[in-house]
Design a protein around this ligand. Sequence first.
Ligand code: NDP
Length: 337
Amino acid sequence: NRQILLASRPFGAPDPDNFKLAVTDKPTAKQGEVLLRTVYLSLDPYMRGRMNDAKSYAEPVGLGEVMVGGAVCRVESSLNDDYKTGDWVVAFSGWQDYCISDGKDLLKLSDNLPYPSKALGILGMPGLTAYMGLLDIGQPKTGETVVVAAATGAVGSLVGQIAKIKGCNVIGIAGGAEKCEYAVNTLGFDHCLDHYADDFAEQLSAVATAGIDVYFENVGGKVFDAILPLLNSCARIPLCGLISQYNATELPEGPDRMAMLMGSLLVKRIKMQGFIVFDDYGHRYAEFSQQMSKWLMAGEIKDKEHLVTGLENAVDAFIGLLAGKNFGKVIVRVGPD
Ligand code: NDP
């Protein structure tokens, strides 16, 4: 049983030395438990926060503990009446080949899913995040302008496509020409801008001619600086993530923008609301799942997976995710079906 442990806490961007590969005996299930074999492991930006020894909405991973994470697993053996060998489940089982569960926190998937890994992306946590953040907090209306960054990623790609279904003008922001081209030509966004361009802020104001009504915040930093002056009165900001800051070790350079931010929120009556997806919207999973499956099956929404093969490659893939090297939802293929 291979496990990837947190070996030390990163200062800034994580590096491979912060992780350690350990090999233990394969665990065995006791009465009431199941033995799970990880098939697909999800890598997500929130894992960076769990590497810090800081209080947040969830406990940090302890030094020497297995890195946390959601996974799609097969039940390899079962002493629990609710599960049988071969069942597909979603488990919060972490970066490892095998784990034991008492079955309480598992989500059973149907037997004949064509692509079980989608339960970690479009039909799972990132999908729920995009759907609820945009529709419940963003409240987009036909004809409004919606902007989303990390636009080809797990969450952003879905936000933009749902906004198109709702009849909005959608502007994506992504890193590099290839991602931008994909957002427009494959995902159907109206525009997509490269945040690495020197004149990114000017380009944004040139395409957001009617201002911005909904900004789905995934990244923060200089992208938000460019967004703020373009927000319309009564704009909504679902505050989902701030990935540009996750590896930051100090406050950004330049003048303090807090007064400007608060002044804009006040004068323009902007609503900015953070959310933690399962805490706030876990109870609406069924509603989301039904709608998103329908869109997916009808070809109205597309998803893209960035598939990495082998648990041993999870560390590099995770470091790359924080640096924008992924193109789509990052999934690690850990074991065979
Ligand atoms: P993605 O698949 O979008 O991957 C992360 C992407 O972030 C990178 O590919 C990169 O895209 C972009 N990025 C990284 N650094 C920067 C930077 N400095 N400036 C601008 N963009 C950057 O990840 P997810 O879709 O899984 O997550 C997106 C956001 O949503 C994250 O902030 C995450 O923490 C948050 N989230 C929040 C949840 C909640 O409950 N609140 C739940 C799930 C996710 P590019 O190359 O295009 O710049």
